[in-house]
Design a protein. Sequence first.
Length: 382
Amino acid sequence: MHLERIAVLGSTGSIGTSGLDVIAKSPGRFKVCALSTNINIKLLKAQVERFKPEAVCIGEIKGNEERWGKTRVYKGETGLLKMLEDVKIDTVLVGISGSSALSPVLKALDSVKKMALANKEALVMAGSVIMSKAAKNNITIVPVDSEHSAIFQCIGAGNRKDLKKIFLTGSGGPLLKVKKSRFRDITVKQALNHPRWKMGKKISVDSATMMNKGLEVIEAAWLFNMEIKDIEILIHPEAVIHSMVEFIDGAMLAQMAVCDMRVPIQYALTYPERTDSGIRSLEFSKIKNLSFYKPDFRRFPCMGLAYYAGKKGGTFPSVLNASNEVAVKEFIEGRVKFIDIPRVIEKVLGFHKGVDDPGLGDILEADRWARVKTKEIFKCYR
Ligand code: MG
């Protein structure tokens, strides 16, 4: 029987480990052919023992080993691109966090048949480039981000041409009930403490600022070819509904499941099929209530900044993303306050002179410019 050859990029992170868990529970379906990590070599070695891939890539360029047993070892950013060129891959699961996923995503779109994409930053930066390359090479991008998986599934039950609106739901993050006056004292620990999902650090801070939801609006616009104005954020603290769509006839569809990333990961990996996951069902009698609220743009200005950048288009989303990445890193490393994150991004967006219909070069230049500008402005904060 033909085994689907699968590569897991970012295999030691939150998405990657869940992805390998899904793969391990589907014997006879997948062959893991390549893995990559940024720094967690210890876990990568354990994954190599277990899945015996042909190749792995480590982000750090250290040491001179070229093989671990039968597994070829690639290193660094260029090594990752080389690995994607050398290894035959049917499906790639992209679990790399942040903008560093952009080059491997574009490289993988040269050769894979299907992409299960968990990364949102690459789409926010360069959605036009990614989506047109995927269309040209006839590659299906199946989103792994839980909301976008939900939207993808809902749209699949109807026709894309009849789609009227997307309701992007979000639990509201760890600070949903915290007063704005307390925001200036938010610690890294508080920001990382998400009530519903266990995730990596970057996305957890993004959930606290609600920038995550803002980035997801832009991500959805690219994935589903929707206008930003037709995507509405809805706060839904129970996180039972993972997003909804409305068709032109007024019919609305929602996707529901327990909060377990293995559900959207497995859907993306097995798409267009569904297979038994063994994951528990929702118990509606225990949930009792589903509630929905409009998001609070005053307490969480990052969402408004994302709508602004998304509507401006061009290189603005790239600037939004880069400035946010720098600001989140500065916050996690204790150099700036939580409330400085939206402040600095707003300033950087204000300074940006956008490029319409940008090519990849314009996008990368905007990204580079925004990082320098953000650091420059932060120097005045310290
Ligand atoms: Mg999400």
